[in-house]
Write a protein that binds this ligand. Structure first.
Ligand code: ZN
Length: 184
């Protein structure tokens, strides 16, 4: 699943021709909570990729669930394993998190780092939040912390959220590997 990385070929890691296809997709039309917000919706997406009527649908990319926060793979990863730690609650500002949300966001971020290290042995990480559209948040209305694994030579400059790049890998495979590696 990380063949593009182990091959060491940046031109194979990125798929710029697919960028236009994904950029508009899943972008909410409003700032409201609910089905229109991908981070409100993500925890409720089914596990199988097939609904009860047997119709194919998006499979859950949730890696781990806490009480107040959860970890989901970024649908538009910058690197393989690019994960997002999100609150269940639709909240935009870091200062508006409850103490419980703040604590668990940090704890799940640490667990994400442990799992990514065990699964993919990255050389380093970028972690951070972009608050507000002007701060580069793609989905500004629902706070999310990025955890991006880095490998030597993947790129020299890292605009974490201003641009996302698609990686031709199986997101469900990455999800399964992280679930397997998740610290117990
Ligand atoms: Zn939301």
């Amino acid at each position: 699943m990380c063949g593009a990385v182990s091959d060491g070929g940046v031109e194979r890691l990125w798929a710029p021709d697919r960028l236009a296809y994904v950029q508009g997709e899943n972008r909410p039309e409003s700032d409201e909570a609910g089905e229109g917000c991908p981070f409100c919706r993500a925890p409720n997406v089914g596990e199988t990729g097939v609904d009860e009527a047997g119709v194919e649908e998006a499979a859950s990319l949730v890696v781990a669930r806490g009480t107040h926060t959860y970890v989901v793979l970024n649908l538009y990863p910058y690197n393989p394993g690019h994960a997002l730690v999100c609150t269940y609650r639709h909240v935009a500002a870091y200062v508006d998190l409850t103490p419980e949300e703040t604590h668990e966001l940090a704890a799940l971020t640490q667990q994400t780092l442990v799992a990514l290290t065990a699964a993919f042995a990255p050389h380093g990480f970028n972690m951070g939040m972009n608050q507000g559209s002007v701060g580069g948040a793609g989905i500004a209305a629902h706070l999310h912390q990025h955890v991006v694994p880095r490998w030597g030579g993947d790129t020299n400059f890292m605009p974490v959220v201003a641009q996302t790049k698609v990686i031709p890998q199986s997101l469900p495979d990455t999800r399964d590997a992280l679930r397997e590696a998740w610290p117990r």
